[in-house]
Design a protein around this ligand. Sequence first.
Ligand code: ZN
Length: 293
Amino acid sequence: MKNYLVRVISDTLNVLGLACVTTDLVNEACRLHGTSATASAALGRALTGGALMAALLKDGQRLALKFEADGPLKKIIVEAECTGTVRGFVGVPDVDVPLKEGKLDVKAALGRNGFLTVIKDIGIKEPYSGIVQLRTGGIAEDIAFYFVESEQIPSAVGLGVFVEPHGDITTAGGYLIQTLPPSDEAMVDKLVTRLEGMPSVTQLMHSGKSPEDMLEIIFEGIKYHIIEKREIVLTCTCSRERIERVLISLGSKDIAAMIEEQGEAEVTCEFCRTRHHFNRDELEQLLQEMQTS
Ligand SMILES: [Zn+2]
């Protein structure tokens, strides 16, 4: 298991902890999208955050995160399922923003004036959707703020992606800590102090700490047990059928125009960059199906 996530809970059942390593899948996603160093850090953080959030879902559920703001990166979209699959892309992959104190400036790339929308498909007809203003544009703080503001769950999130000067990602991972009722003030204070004094996720991972080690540091002095360890993979859910539905949603007039003007169509999946090609016969068949249904 190269990319994995560990979930633990305190023996008192009111502190939940998740931590993961996502280095390989973040590298894979960044190569796929040809991201600049800053865009890699932003996408890597969002993919890791999405994987952590999806681990809180129940069987069969999935979620989408949409960060949209006034910075040059424009947006980050991530989808993740409870099974441990994740995918994502950014608005402007080759975004170029100056370093801030020698570090990649994700906040400047995404921008601070904007929103984080979380859409959860929990198996009922209407998906649940929550929207919050961005707190900092740094991703981790924004996800934590979403939980507090939209779901009323006190949460702390740490995300780290280290991009080498030549573009490779040498570490990526993060943690998500939530306190559940009955709330224990002393425990919350202890956790807040611990998290504030802790090295960053990147520093921890660079010094060789695993997700299990990160949780051990965070939960020091709190009795806990591991609930599960699962793999996380970068996988797309696009298929020919899904792309056909996208084409159908354009309407018969647009399809007819495509047949007339290009005689074919090519739709690129934004998540995995797969090109789905439709020739004249296939488009005509789609059109026929639309007109008879
Ligand atoms: Zn795809």
